[in-house]
Design a protein around this ligand. Structure first.
Ligand code: GCB
Length: 588
């Protein structure tokens, strides 16, 4: 699936704006106008656009409605509706007829509406579900019409990313991927292009950043060459474009599309993570797509601000915890030279988490009770197909904090790891974010992955308030993991402390800005001792909304920034550290 763009042969119409919206209540007929609608902004979560908590927390089905106007000259063409994402699943109706559906809330899908749409006004309705259960990604307990999330972020739902109508001719480019081989100077590009329909000839060219053509072929399967390659580098992006054009026998243009890519290599070797053959050190965050009013909806000014804040601190990376972020976020990471760990929404795959925490014993294995394999495979396919050509993506994360220590975990993950490698022409490294319960002595899955990512909360959920003990536990944990997997790099993908912005405490106690600063500094002291630690990504970039619970006061407060992006004290520590010595940390 190609990211929708206007080109000489393609017209793009945005359907973003105010749509009509109504929770399902037995009165809705897809063939008739919604009987009692309210306004809802698209893109955006529906949960944070009213002050009514009961409404915002509701579980079930929700209807969106808008008028899709197709200009007469466009009606002759092939017309496609493209959704950036609808969370978590949906059915789409045009003029009262169901024309498609999609499961999975964080990846795009599209529907060819040519046979159903007419010139002029068309009634478009989307029936969205926010129901999650034992088969879905993310995972949740679904009982008596309510969802109990097994994850620590608010179950935002709705039409989260842009909705666009685009038109093509009957012959069109279906997919483009840009596999290449490079010795970092000479690059050979072997595009993989699929076309629907007939064409007489084609032209495939590589353009540099000045839009100069640097090589061309007249075959869809031809090789192209870049001599003196401008590499895509961390913090110093360079992006090429592959332009593909199809012609009929009279040399009329049938379709044309330009697809962006960057050239760089990624490898894991002897405890190091190499980009373009040089070790890198990941500095950055676990994050969330989360904000006031827009919820998880695409918010471009916020997206830009977040990159600027992260760059200002000297961050060079983040993990898309705990689901693939918008394509626009990945495009920006390509431009800014960020390193992205791209994560599927496999979160909450740990049954009996509380029981396990309390007495280290679970009645039944997660892998006997949950049944998410088919959806997990689908989510991996959709994420990798969407993001495979983004140079920013340097690693796939197959899950966050699964019960990797329970019986059946290895059998569950092995085929998914193979699938991830098989879908990716680059064979990027794969990882998962390990939870403390699935520790070095009980883990059954680490051998499947290239990098061990650790989420650890010494000094917070254990050794609470005692940083000397936390440092000791952290060091021991690192040494144990390294002892068991001496060749695998370790990357800390979560560590942090809930911190109430503005709370200061002379004794530097938990929840104060001082404690958060001390805890992060303590982790840094420990990390610097070990050459095989390849990075530090704090939890979290910013405070974020969660469901209510005894340990969540106005959400998760482990942000380095508040939800409205005001810095806490620890931001100064990060800037001091990250704007100095990153090369030394990478080379240590
Ligand atoms: C974790 C989870 C993350 C939570 C975090 C916390 O381990 O991966 O989703 O938000 O802990 O703050 O408890």
């Amino acid at each position: 699936m190609l990211y929708p763009k206007n080109t000489v042969t393609r017209t793009l119409i945005s359907l973003d704006g105010m749509w009509k919206f109504q929770p399902e209540d037995g009165t809705i007929d897809p063939g008739k106008p919604l009987p009692a609608p309210q306004w809802m902004a698209v893109p955006g979560s529906f949960n944070s656009q009213t002050p009514d908590a009961k409404f915002n927390n509701r579980t079930g089905y929700f209807w969106y409605e808008t008028t899709l106007v197709i200009p007469a000259d466009q009606a002759q063409k092939r017309n496609v509706l493209h959704f950036g994402s609808v969370t978590h699943s949906c059915e789409v109706f045009l003029n009262g007829k169901k024309i498609g559906s999609h499961v999975g809330g964080f990846t795009p899908f599209e529907i060819d509406i040519s046979g159903f749409a007419k010139a002029g006004d068309n009634d478009l309705k989307v029936r969205v579900s926010n129901i999650l259960d034992n088969t879905t990604l993310p995972s949740a307990d679904y009982h008596d019409g309510t969802v109990q999330p097994r994850f620590d972020f608010f179950n935002f739902a709705g039409i989260h990313r842009p909705v666009r109508l685009y038109s093509t001719n009957q012959t069109y480019l279906e997919t483009i991927q840009v596999p290449y081989e490079t010795d970092l100077v000479q690059t050979t590009v072997m595009p993989k292009i699929t076309v629907h329909g007939d064409f007489a000839s084609c032209q495939v060219s590589i353009l540099d950043e000045n839009n100069e053509v640097i090589d061309t072929t007249d075959s869809l399967t031809g090789e192209l060459h870049i001599s003196d390659t401008h590499l895509w580098q961390v913090g110093k992006a360079y992006l090429y474009q592959l332009r593909v054009s199809l012609f009929d026998e009279n040399a009329n243009l049938l379709d044309t599309y330009t697809h962006q890519f960057g050239v760089r290599t990624v490898a894991v070797k002897h405890n190091k993570f190499l980009v373009n053959g040089k070790p890198v050190y990941f500095q950055g965050f676990g994050r969330h797509e989360d904000f006031i009013a827009s919820g998880k909806g695409l918010n471009l000014p916020l997206l830009n601000l977040d990159y600027q804040i992260m760059k200002d601190l000297g961050a060079n990376s983040y993990r898309t915890s705990h689901y693939p972020y918008s394509e626009e976020a990945m495009q920006q990471a390509d431009r800014e030279g960020f390193l992205i760990i791209d994560e599927v929404p496999a979160v909450g795959f740990f049954l009996g988490f509380n029981v396990d925490l309390a007495d280290k014993r679970v009645a039944k294995s997660t892998w006997d009770v949950l049944d998410p394999q088919a959806n997990h495979e689908q989510a991996l396919r959709e994420m990798i197909n969407r993001d495979v050509d983004h140079p920013c993506v340097v690693m796939w994360s197959i899950a966050n904090e699964p019960a990797g220590h329970q019986a059946g975990a290895h059998e569950y993950f092995e085929p998914l790891c193979k699938l991830a490698k098989s879908l990716d022409w680059q064979k990027r490294p794969i990882t998962w974010a390990d939870i403390g319960n699935d520790d070095w002595d009980v883990d059954k899955i680490a051998d499947l992955f290239d990098v061990i990512c650790l989420n650890r909360y010494f000094g917070w959920y254990s050794e609470h308030g005692d940083l000397a003990a936390a440092k000791q536990a952290l060091s021991e944990n690192i040494e144990h993991w390294h002892g068991r997997f001496p060749d695998k790099p370790l990357l800390f993908t979560e560590f942090g402390a809930d911190t109430v912005a503005g709370l200061h405490n002379l004794e530097r106690e938990p929840y104060s800005e001082e404690y958060q600063t001390d805890l992060i500094a303590a982790y840094f002291d420990v990390f610097d001792k070990y050459p095989y630690i390849i990075g530090e990504q704090l939890w979290n970039f910013a405070d974020f909304k969660t469901s209510d619970s005894l340990i969540r006061v106005n959400g998760n407060l482990k942000g380095v920034f508040t939800r409205d992006r005001q810095p806490k004290q620890v931001a100064g520590l990060l800037k001091d550290r990250w704007t100095h010595g990153v090369e030394d940390r990478a080379a240590k």
